[in-house]
Write a protein that binds this ligand. Structure first.
Ligand SMILES: [Zn+2]
Length: 380
């Protein structure tokens, strides 16, 4: 006999079985289109309206909603439909198998679990008439550039607040970090290494840059924050030199600077530019930043927002959670914050399972998240 699963579990199984690896991360990834096709059928079967928003060739966002008593007020629930690639799985990553109270497979917690729970909660709103219009969106490309959430933020439709589904183990995240990443080059002058004094060594110059950035990182670590750990700067990649017997004419590094709420990418770039200015003036190092940078802003903390308050009440009642926390990783909230939308991040599953070859979501958390989302939809 087949075990009987709830609607949410059955929906999540279906979604996990659809491979939707982000094609920007793995060339063979199918992208989000097939998830959208499935969601279209899902909404049609329930009589829910929907909209398909083309973002990038064959990679659309999907939105569905239940109209509220005051349709001008909109509350957004968003979870991404892309996943990271699969690596070294010993079992079928697209099985959606339920074992030991857990549903297994790529995307189960990151973030098809949240998406399934949001959709089940929304379906239960159909007869309820919530006070504001509840929109559930499946966004594309969260795992790469977050262009799906960006398109929603800039679509011209305004939202009072957003609940971003990510595996937080039903903890209420009101703040998270952002990042800005860019390349830096030091220019040297090539010469034969038998007469190195005729050249300028770009690798030696870069060594000075790296040490200065290391000092800067130490300074950053002293900037204590309330909810998230201090900002950081990591030199994460380096390349330089031509061959063994040439004084290196060029050396490049990549910087990954993590931003805290309130910091803007420009602020971080400006601080580093001041360090480079000193190196140019005092040490003669020909250093420059290669822009544009990849930017993922840190959302403003939502601790004083109405959505955080309502979510805290729902979390406390259903799961005994609801204390405000911050996390170091980024989410779609980075892009939504560009439109000034206060965001909380909340969902079933653990971030420690996301991106691993043993991804799963606990069914208990999955079911509780449905109830938490449902209460937020009713109470907001
Ligand atoms: Zn992820």
């Amino acid at each position: 006999m087949q075990p009987h699963f709830s609607k949410t579990v059955a929906l999540l199984q279906d979604l996990v079985k659809i491979e939707s690896i982000n094609p920007s991360l793995a060339a063979t990834g199918s992208g989000e289109q097939r998830v959208v096709n499935y969601l279209k059928g899902f909404c049609e079967s329930l009589g829910l309206p929907y909209d398909i928003q083309e973002v990038k060739d064959g990679r659309p966002n999907f939105l569905t909603w239940v109209e509220g008593k005051n349709p001008d007020r909109r509350l957004l629930f968003i979870a991404h439909s892309d996943t990271v690639p699969i690596d070294n799985w010993t079992s079928d990553p697209f099985s959606g198998e339920v074992r030991d109270g857990r549903l297994h497979g790529r995307g189960s917690c990151d973030t098809k679990g949240s998406l399934s729970a949001m959709l089940t909660a929304l379906a239960s709103m159909a007869e309820k008439k919530p006070s504001c219009t509840i929109v559930v969106a499946a966004s594309i490309d969260e795992e790469y550039r977050k262009i799906g959430a960006r398109a929603i933020a800039l679509s011209g439709t305004s939202y009072e607040a957003a609940v971003v589904g990510e595996p937080t183990e039903l903890q209420l995240v009101v703040a998270h970090k952002g990042s800005v990443r860019w390349q830096v080059e030091v220019e040297g002058v090539p010469a034969h290494t038998s007469k190195p004094h005729l050249g300028v060594n770009a690798i030696t110059g870069m060594a000075k840059v790296i040490l200065a950035l290391d000092d800067h990182n130490r300074e950053l670590s002293a900037r204590q924050q309330a909810l998230v750990s201090p900002p950081t700067l990591t030199v994460s990649l380096i390349e330089g030199g031509l061959e063994l017997t040439t004084v290196p004419p060029s050396c490049k590094i990549w910087i990954d600077r993590r931003l805290v709420p309130g910091e803007r990418p420009d602020d971080a770039l400006r601080e580093v530019e001041a360090i480079f200015h000193t190196l140019r003036e005092k040490e003669g190092v020909k250093v420059r930043s290669l822009l544009p940078a990849l930017e993922d802003p840190a959302p403003t903390s939502a601790e004083n927002s109405q959505i955080a308050l309502k979510a805290a009440q729902a979390c406390a009642a259903v799961a005994g959670t609801g204390e405000y926390i911050g996390v170091p990783y980024g989410t779609d909230a980075s892009q939504l914050s560009l439109a000034g939308i206060p965001c909380i991040v909340l969902g079933p599953g653990s971030i420690d399972r996301a991106h691993t070859n043993n991804e799963f979501v606990e069914l208990d958390q999955l079911e509780k998240s449905v109830e938490i989302y449902r209460r937020i939809m009713v109470e907001y």
